[in-house]
Design a protein around this ligand. Structure first.
Ligand SMILES: *Cc1c(COP(=O)(O)O)cnc(C)c1O
Length: 377
């Protein structure tokens, strides 16, 4: 049996006709950039997250930059981000000329550890970016309390967490502003590059809207700096169709996760991802960890498990193999191996199993059997 890590074709086939009609409409109207399909999608995406404003962007990375830029983050400022995240979280900070300050994740939910966040705050700290990594919301109440106490702004990178919930509330509106990615492999994926920013703040929404389009308040009136961070019409049309199915697809991911738990719950060699009691996890990724006290051995076993799965037709991933503080581009920040032990352990011993809504119980059973076979050897 073959189990890919992600299968985008299955989903495409299920909406091929509907999405084809909407793409054709964009072509017929020659509305290639922004336009009605984008604004309709913006309204619906905002509503789906119970947030007032949505601004469609050219990518999630651009959304990260827009939010911090519009908030006035500038050279000399420090912005706290997790060491355990995709690098695009950091680009939002560096593109503003500010310094990313890394903080380790919590061993339960793999998101920013609030205690360590507080310890990293200095007089230069201007913002905290909470990433809802793998689809599980960060501890927003604690982070909010810390941000308010120190008078700094809290924002969300929700690129992996469309429709996820924290204390019964959707992510995206749990902070000053949030960014989402619609990279094709994300829980809601476009047919190209796209992203969005959500905010309940009228003024901030207005600024972000201007900055997305060359800083203009109307055509050729540039009131502020900006860039070309617009969403394309075709992406808006595709996302508009796909948003209608997102609840169903999210249920599919959650079902797959609970099947994995059912099949793998008793395997003592691995740790399954925790789902915190106060959240709805949307399982962008299902990351297991290899247990064991020796770090080199853990990594060796993880790599051997990945290879064994591969040989048996199962693809898996590493999220993320090299933490931000060990990346060459961030050498100048002066961190060293050992600074973020929880993040480092995840990099050494984490393995992302196949995860997408259309995974069948049979496939999940097969993947789980192969994991068990490996440890029985
Ligand atoms: C995917 C991702 C991004 C970047 O989104 P793009 O649309 O690919 O630019 C940012 N942050 C996180 C955590 C992501 O997973």
């Amino acid at each position: 049996m073959q189990v890919p890590f992600l299968d985008l074709k299955l989903q495409y086939k299920s909406i091929k006709e509907e999405v084809g009609i909407e793409i054709q409409k964009v072509l017929d109207n020659t509305a290639y950039i922004l336009g009605k399909p984008v604004s309709d999608f913006e309204n619906n995406f905002a509503e789906a997250h119970n947030v007032k404003h949505c601004v469609g962007t050219s990518s999630g990375t651009d959304g990260n930059h827009l939010v911090l830029w519009a908030l006035g983050i500038k050279p000399g400022d420090e912005v706290i981000i997790p060491a355990n995240t995709f690098i695009a979280t950091a680009w939002g900070v560096t593109l503003c000329g500010a310094k990313p300050v890394l903080v380790d994740c919590h061993p339960d939910n793999y998101n920013l550890d609030p205690e360590k966040v507080e310890a990293a705050i200095t007089l230069k700290t201007k913002a905290i970016v909470a990433v809802h990594l793998y689809g599980q919301p960060a501890e927003m109440n604690n982070l909010k309390e810390i941000a308010e106490k120190h008078n700094i702004v809290l924002i969300e990178d929700a690129a992996q967490a469309h429709l996820a919930e924290y204390n019964g509330k959707k992510v995206g509106g749990l902070s000053a502003a949030s960014s989402f990615s619609f990279y094709p492999g994300k829980n809601l994926g476009a047919y190209g590059e796209a992203g969005a920013v959500l905010t309940n703040d009228d003024q901030l929404a207005q600024t972000i809207k201007m900055m997305r389009e060359h800083g203009q308040s109307k055509k050729y009136y540039h009131d502020t700096f900006g860039h070309n961070y617009r969403m394309e019409g075709i992406q808006g049309a595709v996302l508009g169709v796909k948003l209608k199915y997102l609840d169903k697809w999210t249920d599919g991911r959650r079902r797959a996760a609970s099947k994995y738990r059912e099949f793998l719950g008793k395997v003592s060699d691995i740790k399954l991802p925790a789902e915190m009691p106060n959240v709805k996890h949307v399982y962008h990724l299902f990351v297991i960890q290899i247990n064991g006290s020796d770090s080199a051995k853990r990594q060796e076993r993880r790599d051997a498990l990945q290879q064994f799965l591969n040989e048996n037709g199962v693809s898996s991933g590493l999220h993320y193999a090299i933490p931000l503080h060990e990346q060459k581009c961030f050498e100048y920040l002066g961190y060293k191996k050992g600074d973020f032990p929880v993040t480092e352990q995840l990099a050494e011993s984490g393995l992302s199993l196949p995860m997408y809504p259309e995974l069948t119980d049979k496939q999940i059973g097969y993947v789980s059997d192969k994991v068990k076979d490996f440890f029985a050897k």
